[in-house]
Design a protein around this ligand. Structure first.
Ligand SMILES: [Zn+2]
Length: 322
């Protein structure tokens, strides 16, 4: 017994000696720091390929997020969705549509210039094989900073060097005219300078579009004013398949779909935003149309169902096959 144990110890020592690797090799063998898989997800829409690309998130207090509603009521709704009641996490997800006539993207992300927890769009695009130089058109929903800042780099160079920029005419009219600053909520006034800065390098490549217009083959503008003066969602169709890019029709659907009449702090015209939410949700729910949203939980695609006095977001079935 004793001999056996000694033999065992001797054996262990030999193993330990064998494992005395050079320091560099030991470091290489250490497990990597935990990280997520790249944040992109694909699905087919007719002959088009849609890719949602995650840009990270931003956190803000729940308090003050919904206008005129007691915080406890907002927290109760968040608890129903198993979301914390102190801080609200607002994800950013950008929708790409690959068509036979070009690669289009809805909005431009934060460009890694807005929050330390956001700015992963470029890395996730690389992981998804989406080259910014190949983007045919950036189709913009509205001019809030989290949607247009990524149009240019920190040095204000074009992030999509070969793209045409497609913008809602009403949105352009409002934010490109400083005379409207006094008639804008104070918190939204920085949008005037940011609009001038981000669109500047694209001069001569900006196209204004109107409600109902086909802005690219299979992609149509649908006015959804209220969140901003020209906020626009986009209908995408190929053959019998269709979807709606909902942009900021709501912020997180756990709040905005369930209580479409609640007005959030970022809504420019709260009443118009609420009426627009009901109108667009009525359509996508009736037509059982697929949707993507900018502030929805990744991969940010699913359906809108009617529930009670409001609606409910139903995530699409995840598939390993595109
Ligand atoms: Zn937004």
């Amino acid at each position: 017994m004793n001999t056996d144990r000694r033999g065992l110890f001797a054996g262990s020592a030999a193993v330990a000696a064998a494992l005395a690797l050079p320091a560099a090799a030991q470091q290489a063998a250490a497990p990597p720091a935990p990280a997520q898989a790249p944040g992109f997800y694909r699905f087919k829409l007719g002959g088009f390929t849609v890719t949602t690309v995650h840009d990270g998130f931003f956190r803000r207090p729940v308090e003050g997020f919904v206008r005129g509603v007691p915080t406890a009521e907002v927290q109760a709704l968040l608890a129903e969705a198993f979301l914390p009641g102190d801080q609200l996490t607002i994800p950013f997800t950008i929708t790409f549509v690959e068509t036979p006539r070009g690669l289009y993207v809805f909005d431009a992300g934060t460009g890694a210039q807005m929050a330390p927890t956001a700015g992963q769009m470029a890395a996730n695009m690389r992981a998804a094989g989406l080259d910014p130089a190949r983007v045919t058109g950036v189709i913009v929903s509205h001019f809030h900073g989290d949607h247009i800042t990524g149009l240019t780099t920190a040095q204000n160079e074009r992030a999509f060097p070969n793209a045409e920029i497609i913008v809602p005419a009403a949105e352009w009219a409002w934010w490109s005219d400083d005379a409207n600053a006094a008639r804008s909520p104070e918190g939204q006034r920085p949008n005037f300078a940011n609009t001038a800065r981000r669109f500047g390098p694209y001069q001569g490549r900006i196209r204004q579009v109107r409600d109902g217009e086909e802005v690219a083959p299979g992609i149509r503008a649908v006015s959804a004013h209220g969140h901003t003066p020209g906020h626009t969602v986009y209908h995408v169709a190929d053959g019998a398949d269709q979807m709606m890019f909902l942009a900021d029709l709501t912020n997180r659907p756990e709040i905005g779909a369930r209580r479409p009449d609640w007005q959030i702090v970022f809504d420019f015209d709260g009443e118009a935003a609420a009426a627009t939410r009901r109108r667009v949700f009525d359509r996508v729910a009736s037509e059982r149309m697929r949707v993507t949203g900018y502030h929805y939980m990744f991969p940010s695609t699913g359906f809108i169902a009617r529930e009670g006095q409001g609606f409910r977001f139903v995530p699409a079935d995840w598939s390993s096959q595109v």
